[in-house]
Design a protein around this ligand. Sequence first.
Ligand SMILES: [Zn+2]
Length: 231
Amino acid sequence: MTIAADIATLVAGARSRVSELHGELVRYGLVAWTSGNVSARVPGADLMVIKPSGVSYDDLTAATMVVCDLNGTVVDGDLSPSSDTATHAYVYRHMPQVGGVVHTHSTYACAWAARGEPVPCVLTAMADEFGGEIPVGSFAPIGDESIGRGIVETLSGHRSPAVLMRSHGAFTIGKDARAAVKAAVMCEDVARTVHLSRQLGKPLPIPPADIDRLYDRYQNAYGQRPPRLAD
Ligand SMILES: [Zn+2]
């Protein structure tokens, strides 16, 4: 299969974005050795761009990224794709609104995943980004579609863009790969803070109505808005 010229431009953009975003996983201390991966859906095509398997973060470039179809079959690239490719592909096939997926074994998120316990919503930052607790998905074997199925089952109808797959690690989704990376960074940050809080005593839950208000404000009013065309 060859990639049509118009799609090739979109693929090139996705290759460079996905390559650069892997640097954020390193910058925020979310990965050890070659673990962890970012992927992006290629807009308008049934394709995704994902990290190659087992390649050092220092050696990742746009050219080393791998392009796969949404069944995980390699379409373009010299290297083998991430061993988590089937998981990412499953999420893209079943969640059409998702444009980016991230997976890490970040330390504090994994500490909660190892206990199979959701991170409770006890901080306004959690209400903002996750709209509630960070849920846990069932234990799933690696190598087939079980993890993808667990992610989709857990996050469908849930506001959280992050799920802790039991005994494994964090998977996050976003409208694009950058949003999924942000969710991975925030997931680790709050997993750490809530863990520390629990060492001091019992963290206080935020009432659901307050979570709803915080989530709505952050998702709809926080940050910079694009300028209106009429202005
Ligand atoms: Zn993993």
